[in-house]
Write a protein that binds this ligand. Structure first.
Ligand code: FES
Ligand code: FES
Length: 132
């Protein structure tokens, strides 16, 4: 059901765990299954310099968190906001159809973390315009 790359990120996820004194934290719970993801960020000069995740969810959600945290590191907040779950799925080489929505957890947790940062610092980011 899962390809090798997904299995690899599931068995050895990158950036899993707790972060001390994060600059921003985002949580998102899936309306579909009730599973949850939390993403913590360190941000310097508008660039994401570190990212960590905690995921209470299935293997697809864990693999998605792993690639998502890898991919946002080194990106500006604006660049990170442009990434969608589709980018994470592509990076994983695909997810089985019924598991695609699990990758939305990663997209949304990243957006919530950046939103948290923008709120704290009074930033207006184009990519957060439609965010509620
Ligand atoms: Fe809940 Fe995938 S995150 S089934
Ligand atoms: Fe919940 Fe996949 S079933 S996110």
């Amino acid at each position: 059901m899962y390809n090798e790359k997904v299995m690899e990120h599931f068995m050895n996820p990158h950036n899993a765990g707790e972060m001390e004194n994060p600059d921003a934290v985002g949580n998102y719970g899936s309306p579909v299954c009730g599973d949850m993801m939390e993403i913590s960020l360190k941000i310097e000069n508008n660039v994401i310099v570190d990212a960590k995740f905690k995921t209470f969810g299935c293997g697809s959600a864990i693999a998605s968190s792993s690639v998502a945290t890898d991919m946002i590191m080194g990106k500006t907040l604006e660049e990170a906001l442009e990434l969608t779950n589709k980018n994470f799925i592509d990076e994983l080489g695909g997810l089985p159809g019924p598991k695609i929505h699990c990758s939305v957890l990663a997209e949304q947790a990243v957006r919530h973390a950046i939103y948290d940062y923008a709120q704290k610092h009074g930033l207006e980011l184009e990519g957060l315009k439609d965010f509620d």
